[in-house]
Write a protein that binds this ligand. Structure first.
Ligand SMILES: Nc1nc2c(c(=O)[nH]1)N[C@H]1C(S)=C(S)[C@@H](COP(=O)(O)OP(=O)(O)OC[C@H]3O[C@@H](n4cnc5c(N)ncnc54)[C@H](O)[C@@H]3O)O[C@H]1N2
Ligand code: MOO
Length: 526
């Protein structure tokens, strides 16, 4: 019988289930929720196994893979560098085991090609990056080399110092291309210039050994790493032509608003569209591909039709055509057909657009009779078994922003981000929730905000505010190590002008902040 007292209940690990929705999150929580929804959508996009990164992956040429996420680890199959090479323009020499103490000289010969062999006591020109000849024991850089046309009567310095590697004989060689195979430079000899440091003759000097950056088989990046420009370059160095990547999220854009026009001088009561000229680019900078763009007026049936059409798996998301070249608002009102979203440009006009992985809408997030995004998304969330991830934000501008997780007939989660119509509000919401959502959908890790000091204190205010900001003029003028930041003027929710001069977003908390105090900072996407 076990006489031991019963063990106290083991401290059970605390399983914190991340929230999947919230009523009125602040911007940081919204960022986390959007990122988590992105990950969820990516997982449902993988057919076989959510944990298997290779499901749905594609192989892309390095030139097309920037910003994508590695679906498999990246290793090098060769050592880097893969051959010992010269780090300097100069002369490779092979020490002779029987050579006397310095000063030593080496008989200079022409370089004959990548398999050149230097016999002991011989030297030849090399250039930076060239494979060092077999038998090389060290390299003398051109500045410290002295080449002499030796004769029975003594040596006369010919060249060296500050020049290209040059053999004896008067004419400068072209070491980059070598010279006649096997030809020796007569009796020209290489030696060390009188002012050269003796360290120049250390064995192995200026030789980059093979494998000193990476050994064959080394891990360059684990699966899940973003393919940054230097990582793509590293992949090329290692001889890769293609890399395995996760799919880029495909986005459909739906612009709403009876009063919105897309060209020309706007008349009283109409406004030029601020979104179709910037959102596609912005989504691209975050790593999404645009598959369709459509416009509708402020109409509940058209809103429903446009969104349900985009949700159909494998359908042409832009197939609802309004009259060509018609003003979208007018088209919406004049067409008898219920399908009156106007297809705009698509990623590939020649091919039918693909079904989107995410949808971004603009305008119509309010609660007036003219706003239909909120009610439509709420009904669609209910009818598809999805959810409203957040119905609004505790943030200014951008508080009416909403995020929905809709479920397609094939079981895939399709996030829909409803951006408010006010231009700056939409851009703030895009920066916070849109970027995080796409990061999650790309398989990229969540963003960590930075902090910057404020150039001037900020008073208490009703709500936390995201404000376009730039380095304070005095910080720039004085070349301050760490510039202090100031809000840009003309940064009302309905304005664009402030953001045109901004270099980032600062977050002004609801409580007061003193001059020099640090506040959270989000860099711009561009
Ligand atoms: N009674 C209330 N009214 C409003 C509130 C509120 O809480 N109570 N919130 C305000 C805030 S904040 C915002 S933001 C907007 C949100 O509006 P919607 O998302 O419904 O957008 P719309 O009503 O369609 O448009 C608002 C505004 O934005 C202009 N807009 C829309 N689309 C475009 C576009 N593509 N290009 C340029 N400008 C666009 C539109 O003309 C309106 O001026 O609601 C406030 N009202
Ligand atoms: O919050 Mo609105 O989104 O200020 O413009």
């Amino acid at each position: 019988m076990n006489s031991e007292p019963p063990a106290p209940p083991a401290a059970s690990p605390v399983h914190v289930t991340p929230p999947v929705q919230a009523e009125r999150p602040d911007w940081r929580t919204a960022m986390a929720l959007a990122h988590a929804l992105g990950r969820e959508a990516l997982a449902t996009r993988r057919r076989r196994d959510a944990a298997d990164m290779t499901d749905g992956m594609e192989w892309l040429p390095l030139h097309d893979a920037a910003g994508r996420i590695l679906a498999q680890e990246l290793r090098t199959s060769i050592p880097v560098p893969h051959y010992p090479s010269s780090a300097m323009d100069g002369y490779a020499y092979a020490a002779s085991p029987t050579a006397a103490a310095p000063p030593q000289t080496w008989l200079l010969e022409d370089w004959t090609g990548v398999d050149h062999v230097l016999a002991p006591g011989r030297a030849c020109p090399v250039v930076t990056g060239r494979a060092v000849p077999h038998g090389t024991t060290g390299i003398i850089r051109s500045e410290y080399a002295q080449v002499t046309a030796s004769s029975a009567h003594g040596a006369a310095p010919e060249s060296a110092h500050g020049t290209e590697p040059a053999p004896a004989g008067g004419t400068a060689p072209t070491p980059a291309h070598g010279s006649a195979p096997g030809a020796a430079h007569g009796s020209a000899r290489l030696g060390l210039a009188p002012d050269a440091p003796l360290s120049e003759l250390e064995p192995g000097r200026h030789i980059r050994p093979a494998g000193n950056e990476a050994s064959a088989g080394d891990l360059l990046a684990p699966a899940g790493t973003a393919l940054t420009p230097p990582l793509l370059a590293m992949a090329a160095v290692c001889g890769h032509d293609v890399v395995p990547v996760l799919p880029a999220p495909r986005a459909a854009l739906l612009y709403t608003g009876d009063e919105v026009i897309s060209a020309g001088l706007p008349a009283r009561g109409t406004v030029r569209d601020v979104f179709s000229v910037q959102l596609p680019h912005l989504l691209g900078l975050s790593g999404a591909q645009i598959v369709s763009q459509s416009r509708i007026g402020d109409d509940p049936a058209h809103t429903w039709d446009a969104l349900t059409h985009m949700l159909a798996p494998g359908t042409d998301t832009g197939s609802c055509h309004a009259a060509e070249d018609a003003d979208p608002a007018e088209a919406t009102h004049t067409a008898e057909n219920a399908h009156t979203s106007e297809e705009m440009t698509t990623a590939a006009d020649a091919h039918p657009p693909e079904a989107p992985d995410l949808i971004v809408t603009t305008g119509g997030t309010g609660r007036s009779a003219a706003d239909h995004i909120r009610s439509t998304l709420t009904a669609l969330a209910k009818s598809t078994g999805g959810r409203i991830v957040f119905p609004e934000l505790d943030m200014r501008p951008g508080h009416p922003t909403l995020l929905a997780a809709l479920v397609r007939a094939d079981g895939r989660t399709v996030p829909v981000l409803g951006l408010p119509g006010n231009p700056l509000a939409a851009m703030a919401a895009m920066r916070v929730a849109g970027r995080a959502l796409i990061r999650g959908m790309r398989g990229a890790p969540a963003e960590v905000p930075l902090t910057v000091p404020l150039a001037a204190g900020s008073p208490r205010q009703k709500a936390e505010r995201l404000v376009p900001a730039r380095p304070h003029a005095a910080s720039v003028r004085d070349g301050t190590d760490e510039p202090a930041w100031e809000p840009c003027t003309h940064s009302g929710p309905n304005m664009m002008r402030g953001l045109t001069r901004a270099q980032g977003w600062i977050v002004l908390p609801a409580h007061s902040v003193r001059t020099g105090e640090r506040v959270l900072f989000l860099p711009l996407e561009w």
